[in-house]
Ligand binder design. Sequence first.
Ligand code: ADP
Ligand code: MG
Length: 390
Amino acid sequence: MNLADLAAHVAAQFQSHYGRPPRWIVAAPGRVNVIGEHTDYNDGFVLPMAIERYAVMAADNAATLGVISIYDTQFKETAEVDISQPVTKGQPKWSNYLRGVIAGFQQHGLAVPALDVAMISTVPLGGGLSSSAALEVCTATLLEAATGKMLDPVEKALLAQKAEHEFAGVPCGIMDQFISALGREGHLLLLDCRTRKTELVPMSDPAVALLIVNTNVKHELGSGEYAKRRAECESAAHTLGVTSLRDATAGQLEANQGRLDAVAFRRARHVIGEIERTVHAAAGIRASNWTGVGQLMHASHASLRDDYEVSCKELDAVVEIAESIGLAGGVYGCRMTGGGFGGCAVALVKADHVAAITEKIASVYHVKTGIEATIFSSRPAAGATIIKAD
Ligand code: ADP
Ligand code: MG
């Protein structure tokens, strides 16, 4: 469903649930990271894209003072948030993403009004496409509309990130909320995780698209391995005498190979190489050098699989299938995206080959793994928007 249809749909849901039309409609997208994996906590670069999947909210002032009611049109469940005092964590669980953002507005000294809200999301839940950030940034955008106070987009993204840390208990980086808040249609976002500086990278060539392939597996070892990788990177940086791996060069790493154990060396080689690949990919996209960008994506996957060891057989299967389709079949490049051990792969493809590539990946993946993949394509979408305001 495109955004206009989605907005109309949620407006109709609001109307039937509350018996009047909404005053505001807002949306915020999910995202896919095109390249730059496991670089964020090493002060490096990431290159995410907002996808054409959104959290959307329709709302109006409420008759009941001191309460924000949120009706989830998918779960058919309503959350009641008491705003007459500082908002705290509560039930249902999903309401914490919204509660955290409302609390953030209160902490900014903004008078949050009582609201009736209906929401829907087309970002798959828990699929690694950041339905959580979409929900947070959507909530912040709604509160901007309802309070008339527009936040600086960076401040807004940081407020949403804080909600995820403190109310959802997820110690995420800044990427998801930044791209959802700052994305622009037809652009990717090159984000420097050290300085928080952002740069929009135009990608408006209609001949290319990103294909998102959800392996529909999630291996449990994810969070433990994540903590291990972080520690390995810190220790490698320490041995190299730098604050973080962002400050190390490939030459420096080679020169110090004898001082690092084999695992730490490979972890550092991934991070240092990936930061470089991300910067090059942004330049390649600017230049519409799709073959070059595709090669960087393949190199990224190989590095994540062999040096960083965060892939899994299902992600490798998708990438192998994409590689076997190759340029002749319309695939420039493919890699795992997100933390790893399952979740999604992302492929850069020729737009007019999307249907054939989708079918091929789905059928061969099913034969190889016995699992049905979920596949869709997206162009770079807009960040958070107020669709309707008075
Ligand atoms: P991801 O961000 O990769 O989708 P997370 O585990 O971070 O995965 O976030 C998923 C959680 O976000 C869900 O379990 C749910 O609590 C919440 N969520 C996201 N979108 C919605 C929605 N439309 N309705 C209810 N809960 C949602
Ligand atoms: Mg999330």
